[in-house]
Design a protein around this ligand. Structure first.
Ligand code: NCD
Length: 318
């Protein structure tokens, strides 16, 4: 394991934020700053640097009230690689089951001397609630269907690295737009950076009201396929639905699964993204998920770099 000092300079004075709650409130300049710093961390990772101790002595706690594989481990790794301490809070073994509120739980964790909490919760607005009640920094790792800013950032970083730009690209978000925080964070971030966005899926999961924000909507993946540069394939969030949005998963896959036949109708250099977890055969066929156009695992690598950049910007300034 090599230890290196990556030359990022001090946290730029243009960065004023203590929290990262969503991409909706960030400017194009702030988003670009995070992406540029993430790029430095990604290149350091690629050259084998695993320890970049810019946050020695800081402590980050993952407060995850919802399941996670990628996001939680990625935040832990990002904090550790920056030399910070990373602690995992598990809801299944906590006093939440004894009736403690989320704010009380978070305040008790904070009282142990914590610089940042990374929070995931099924209720939209939980990170904002904590930001208003804690003294430490709060980073949103997904609040219900609302936002998942680091996922949006890592998707955008992956597009920028593969395509060399964001402005002018046509990016389609396909699937459960109604319940996807990944969709919302992508929409805010991509829109600010000048991409054209299409939201696509069954009419029960894609509202025509997206048009009011200047976003194209479509119920037919086959119609939009020939003109998209990037496809971000989103999982159907069954856990956030109270009624069935379509008759069967088979019918959904028939119309929306990105498979080899559909790939043949897309641009030859179309980029395939998915935030994971992927359901093979539902939103994406195995041959596409594992194929040359897919950047699905590269997204995961970029996720660590993005989270290093976010932690450094938020905790490196004080
Ligand atoms: C996403 C999430 O949890 O919002 N996954 C992730 O963070 N990589 C998307 C999803 O669950 O479908």
């Amino acid at each position: 394991m090599s230890t290196a000092t990556v030359d990022l300079g001090p946290v730029p004075s243009s960065w004023k934020r203590r929290h990262l709650l969503g991409l909706e409130e960030l400017s194009a300049e702030e988003i670009t700053l995070i992406l540029d710093k993430a790029e430095v961390f990604r290149q350091a990772m690629d050259s084998g640097e695993r320890r970049i101790p810019l946050l020695t002595g800081r402590t980050c706690v993952n407060l995850f009230f919802e399941d996670s594989t990628r996001t939680r481990n990625s935040f832990s790794l990002a904090a550790r690689r920056l030399g910070a301490e990373a602690l995992d809070f598990s809801t299944s073994t906590s006093s939440l089951s004894k009736g403690e509120t989320v704010i009380d739980t978070a305040k008790n964790i904070e009282a142990m001397g914590v610089d940042a909490v990374v929070v995931r919760h099924r209720t939209p607005g939980t990170p904002l609630l904590l930001a208003n009640n804690l003294r430490c920094s709060v980073i949103n790792a997904g609040d219900g269907p609302h936002e998942h800013p680091t996922q949006g950032l890592l998707d955008i970083l992956t597009i920028r690295r593969r395509k060399g730009r964001i402005k002018g690209l046509t990016v389609a978000l396909v699937g459960d737009i109604a319940h996807s925080r990944t969709a919302r964070s992508n929409i805010w971030g991509l829109k600010k950076l000048g991409a054209k966005i299409i939201v696509c899926g069954p009419s029960t999961l894609v509202s025509p009201r997206w048009a009011e924000l200047g976003i194209e909507y479509s119920y037919s993946l086959d119609d939009i396929l020939p003109r998209v540069d990037v496809l971000n394939l989103l999982r159907i969030q069954f856990e956030r639905q109270y009624t069935r949005p379509f008759p069967s998963v088979r019918e959904y896959a028939h119309l929306y699964a990105m498979d080899r036949a559909r790939l043949a109708k897309a641009k030859s250099d179309v980029l395939i993204l998915a935030p994971g977890p992927i359901n093979r055969g539902v939103e994406v066929a195995a041959e596409v998920a594992d194929g040359p156009q897919s950047a699905i695992l590269d997204q995961v690598t970029n996720g660590v770099a993005v989270r290093m950049a976010v932690l450094w910007l938020i905790l490196g300034q004080r």
